[in-house]
Design a protein around this ligand. Structure first.
Ligand SMILES: [Mg+2]
Length: 245
């Protein structure tokens, strides 16, 4: 049964887009999957990570203060996407994008400005797979989908650290493609990252569904011509809402 494909999350409630009549959706040959808040989440809050790294630099900041301001800063940030750059320039652009978020975050809580070495360490901290977890139900579900022959691709508004995270978390062998906004040249809800993933899977939009957890997932999938299933995760941290878009 087609609907069985989307009973992904024991602790999630699927929201069916109201404008779609789900039973009429053709059975997909592939799925596009959001990452943050859909497949993976931070083990602890963004603020806890910031506070721990800052402390190593002799700077005491309150994790809960960071957590109070970070979600809005992240939501209001420009798209995490850049033009055509070589690897070194793209890495610099990615680090600069996050340095600006760090600068805004520290300013918002009235903390001293984060120095470049602290900014660099924060970027590297969240590149560590040990800071992340895979939702309990994901691996088994990806395996089931993989075994049924569904082609699977991640489409995420993130930078290229995601490749290492998915590798370190053991999900890469189950995925046929990973598209991140920073190297796609556009971020969801722009349809371009979806189009790149479809191209990588060699499938058309009528053959694929998107699974995500944010308005950007829904809007972007619609713009790309895909049905979209939204998951509603219950998170023990605020990272899902903080980092998911
Ligand atoms: Mg998300």
């Amino acid at each position: 049964m087609v609907v069985g494909l989307v009973t992904v999350q024991r602790q999630a409630t699927m929201q069916t887009p109201p404008t779609h009549q789900q039973p009429s959706w053709p059975r997909p040959r592939g799925l596009l999957l959001d990452a943050m808040g859909t497949l993976i989440d931070l083990r602890d809050t963004v603020g806890s990570g910031y506070a721990a790294v800052a402390e190593r630099h002799g700077l005491r900041i309150a994790a809960d203060a960071i957590d109070a301001v970070f979600p809005a800063i992240y939501r209001q940030a420009p798209p995490l996407a850049f033009g055509l750059l070589d690897d070194a320039d793209l890495l610099e652009a990615e680090r600069n994008w996050w340095s600006e978020r760090i600068r805004e975050t520290f300013a918002a809580i009235g903390a001293p400005a984060a120095q470049p070495d602290l900014q660099r360490d924060l970027f590297d901290h969240f590149a560590d797979p040990g800071q992340w977890r895979v939702y309990d139900d994901v691996e088994a579900q990806l395996n089931r989908w993989h075994e049924t022959g569904l082609r699977l691709a991640v489409v995420s508004n993130f930078d290229r650290r995601l490749h290492g995270l998915l590798e370190g978390l053991g999900l890469s062998p189950l995925l046929d493609a990973v598209v991140v906004s920073s190297s796609a040249g556009a971020a969801k809800p722009d349809p371009r990252p979806f189009a790149l993933a479809l191209e990588a899977l060699e499938l058309g939009p009528e053959q694929v569904w998107h699974v995500g957890d944010s308005p950007e997932d829904l809007e972007g999938a619609r713009a790309a011509g895909l049905p979209c299933l939204l998951l509603e995760r219950r998170s023990t941290t605020n990272s899902r809402s903080a980092m998911s878009r």
